[in-house]
Design a binder for this molecule. Structure first.
Ligand code: M6P
Ligand code: ZN
Length: 206
């Protein structure tokens, strides 16, 4: 058996040996990976529409973990299929559910596949003209992100929402466009139900 310790970035793709990581289906944690990427509220204040609520929570309750990403270490080139799991913890900020930053692929013509593992969530997708779609995600949902669609995942439930993702190694992450313009729609908790509403800040520099 081989595992991730066989991966060396100096290796040519043709020299890489097969390896496997292990997905804990209960927690969504993938291992071994170098280190999870951790995104806490203090790093995401600008991401939520209601920044006042985000700042008040930080002041009154302290910081909280919003999501963690467990990325398998691979070279970011076209020869490879990057993959990871993401764990989004439950909660809301000013009514908006906990969610990822969201991104376009730097190379727009690259797609991605998500597989729901645990909990429930929503995949929010948007084209650069603002056209928006959502996909409800549950354990076993295999969702496809076609090329050109920005994508963000949102925990609409009361337990961690976990999913696996795989995408071309040369796709890259473009966070800047979303940081500048935002998503056209927000998913908010209204009387316990997720409702898609217009983002009042959409299009304006945040
Ligand atoms: C998915 C994939 C990853 C991404 C992660 C968190 O697992 O799309 O590439 O990093 O979600 O999303 P973001 O990078 O937008 O914070
Ligand atoms: Zn992506």
């Amino acid at each position: 058996m081989t595992n991730q310790s066989n991966v060396s970035f100096e290796m040519l793709a043709s020299e890489m040996l097969p390896f496997a990581t292990t997905l804990d289906m209960d927690t969504g944690v993938l291992s071994p990976v170098p280190a999870p990427i951790q995104r806490s509220l203090s790093q995401l204040v600008e991401v939520f529409a209601d920044r006042g609520s985000a700042e008040r929570i930080l002041r009154e309750e302290g910081d909280r973990m919003i999501y963690e990403v467990f990325p398998v270490a691979l070279p970011e080139d076209a020869a490879h299929v990057l993959h990871c799991t993401t764990v989004i913890y439950p909660g809301t900020i000013g009514g908006e559910y906990h969610m990822t930053k969201g991104h376009y692929h730097a190379q727009r013509d690259r797609g991605e596949v998500y597989l729901g593992i645990g909990g429930e969530g929503c995949l929010l997708l948007m084209l650069e003209n603002g056209e928006t779609r959502t996909v409800t995600m549950k354990p076993g949902t295999a969702a496809y992100v076609p090329p050109n669609w920005a994508h963000r995942t949102i925990n609409t439930g009361s337990v961690p929402f976990t999913f696996f993702a795989a995408w071309p190694g040369d796709a890259g992450h473009d966070y800047g466009t979303i940081e500048q313009f935002g998503f056209a729609k927000l998913l908010v908790n209204q009387d316990g139900q997720p409702v898609l509403v217009n983002n009042p800040h959409y299009g304006s520099s945040s």
